[in-house]
Design a protein around this ligand. Structure first.
Ligand SMILES: Cc1cc2nc3c(=O)[nH]c(=O)nc-3n(C[C@H](O)[C@H](O)[C@H](O)COP(=O)(O)O)c2cc1C
Length: 313
């Protein structure tokens, strides 16, 4: 499918597999890229040396384009930037920070830059910073998110009215029909996170994957807004967060509660009680764990079927 996003990344389908801490290493990224989408290595949970290894393995596992996601709140930013440039990474998705900080540097080094936003205000900032495209992420999305609580259904057309650069919709997309819906609203492509957590190649612990496929509607909540808002699956750790709120914990207390490597404990080590489990509302629609290539082909099959049924607009 040729459009602004597939042309920008030189890929077959305008499907981006989201960069995700503790889930998207080289195995998932290369599988998605080999299937015709854009695979992304999530650098947010990797030490610089680990990121290097994942890039090397991904370069061996696929000849197709892939990218690296760098959340801009990462403590050793200079090291990660140096690695992506020196190892010839062609596409970088930045998130969770100011797009003005690194965009020019990356672009000077020939890298295509995409920034993730969750509001119109930051979409305008990202465009002004010179990024090549933006990911517009709605309130439904898994992981860290904005405070505005704007849903994908509202955010995509709102941003589309004001922005000229290509737009990638994210948040709540796990099916070809949802992909089509966001493209009707003005998106040129989609970024998908939660659906790819429940894939064979995701590095997430099997306990977490099993939890995702049994989650129902209402089983997640966007919380911890005083720190960085994050959508969590409601487990024992989430209940501890709720109790902390009820007892009037300060920001510092909340930091301490989160501080014990909770995300790694839950999503990577499989502790379903004490760990932090990041997933989107769309988990309610994910019922199986399957190969990433099948996820991509199912998405496209359903997308084409649904678009054939549309009356001419
Ligand atoms: C387990 C998990 C980890 C995530 N980690 C990151 C991350 O490191 N960087 C980032 O920009 N977004 C992260 N996200 C958000 C995704 O990039 C993506 O935008 C989001 O998952 C899209 O919504 P969906 O989950 O409804 O598909 C994460 C999401 C999940 C589910």
């Amino acid at each position: 499918m040729q459009n602004r996003i597939s042309s920008l990344f030189k890929i077959k389908y305008p499907i981006v597999q989201a960069g995700m801490v503790w889930a998207s290493g080289w195995r998932l990224a290369s599988a998605v890229s080999n299937a015709g989408g854009l695979g992304i290595i999530g650098a947010g949970s990797m030490y610089p040396e680990v990121l290097k290894e994942h890039i090397q393995k991904c370069q061996k596992a696929t000849k197709k384009p892939f990218g690296v996601n760098i959340p801009l709140l990462y403590p050793e930013m200079d090291k990660l930037m140096e690695i992506v440039v020196s190892m010839g990474v062609k596409i970088v998705f930045t998130s969770a920070g100011n797009p003005a900080l690194w965009t020019a540097y990356l672009k000077e080094n020939g890298i295509t830059v995409v920034h993730v936003v969750s509001s119109l205000k930051f979409a305008l900032k990202a465009e002004a910073a010179g990024v090549d495209a933006i990911v517009v992420e709605g309130f439904e999305a898994g992981g860290h998110n904005g405070r505005e609580e704007t849903t994908t259904l509202v955010l995509v057309p709102t941003v589309k009215e004001k922005i000229q650069i290509p737009l990638i919709a994210a948040g709540g997309i796990a099916t070809g029909k949802a992909m089509l819906a966001t493209m009707i609203l003005g998106a040129d492509g989609v970024q998908i996170g939660s659906r790819f957590v429940a894939s064979h190649e995701a590095s997430s612990h099997i306990n977490f994957k099993n939890q995702v496929v049994t989650a129902g509607e209402g089983d997640t909540e966007l919380t911890l807004k005083e720190l960085t808002p994050v959508r969590l699956l409601k487990n024992k750790f989430y209940e501890q967060v709720r109790t902390a709120y009820a007892e009037g914990f300060t920001k510092e207390d909340l930091k301490k509660l989160l501080g014990r490597a909770r995300a790694k404990k839950g999503m990577f080590e499989g502790d379903m009680d004490e760990g932090e489990l990041e997933i989107g509302q769309v988990a309610a629609l994910i019922h199986d764990i399957k190969p990433a290539s099948e996820i991509v082909s199912d998405l496209m099959e359903e997308f084409y079927k649904a678009s054939d049924k549309l009356p001419a607009i």
